[in-house]
Design a protein around this ligand. Structure first.
Ligand SMILES: Cc1cc2nc3c(=O)[nH]c(=O)nc-3n(C[C@H](O)[C@H](O)[C@H](O)COP(=O)(O)O)c2cc1C
Length: 220
């Protein structure tokens, strides 16, 4: 697979086969992702891979917190509002996802169900958390985003599926406690990773993008 095909064919995968990914393969894609650029080569990424019983227990903890309506405390709060252009794209995404799954994602009961699916890591065999020292500057958040994309591309090139998950950081304090990550770190994003189950309707969804002409300003 060439780089262009890899970028264009990556998409979020929200349903997985039960089969575990060999540790060597996970290490290989992380070794590839670490070639990402970073501000002054600071490489501000730390990675936790959670599998097996620990992943099961993590999911149970998150589902339990959701069930008791425990207040969320992500290190990066979910935006309360968006500029109109972004809100329009969110509405469009929800419409597409509703069409793909037959479920109305604005229905509060389904929002809860969606969180549950996130907390189960979409039944992926592995959950990954990316985190970094909380004292790092916003440039380091930018850097870890580059790392995350490289990781997802390396996964795609290796036949794996992935989805980045802000929701997986809802209970950041409890997740850090559970995983043994120091409070001085900030949890940037969670991720589900494994072999994709392409028979599932949710994995048929391909999101679209605004036309390139709308993004670019040319000055000559
Ligand atoms: C920072 C970030 C956070 C995200 N959080 C979630 C999440 O919590 N749950 C989820 O199912 N998808 C999540 N996504 C996936 C986006 O919904 C997805 O990337 C977007 O709709 C575009 O679709 P695509 O990845 O299939 O191209 C997140 C993506 C990013 C980049």
């Amino acid at each position: 697979m060439d780089a262009i095909e890899c970028i264009k064919s990556r998409k979020s995968i929200r349903g997985f086969k039960a089969e575990s990914v060999p540790r060597d393969l996970l290490m290989e894609i992380i070794s590839t992702a670490k070639q990402s650029p970073s501000y002054k080569n600071t490489q501000p990424w730390e990675i936790m891979i959670v599998s097996g019983q620990r992943k099961q227990a993590l999911s149970e903890m998150l589902l339990g917190l959701l069930a008791e309506d425990a207040p969320i405390s992500p290190d990066f709060p979910e935006p309360k509002s968006w500029p109109q252009a972004q809100q329009d794209r969110i509405n469009h995404l929800y419409k597409m996802r509703s069409e793909a799954t037959g479920l109305d994602l604005t229905d509060p009961a389904l929002i809860r169900k969606s969180k549950q699916n996130n907390f189960k890591f979409y039944h992926a065999p592995h959950a990954i958390y990316l985190y970094q020292d909380a004292s790092l500057s916003p440039w380091s958040i930018f850097d870890i985003g580059l790392f995350a994309q490289s990781l997802m591309l390396a996964a795609n090139a290796s036949g794996l599926g992935s989805v980045p998950q802000a929701f997986a950081t809802d209970y950041a304090k409890q997740v850090k406690g559970f995983l043994g990550i120091a409070d001085s770190k900030r949890l940037i994003v969670g991720m589900s990773i494994g072999y994709p189950d392409m028979t599932l309707p949710i994995n048929q969804l391909s999101t679209d993008r605004v036309p390139t002409e709308e993004l670019v300003t040319w000055l000559e």
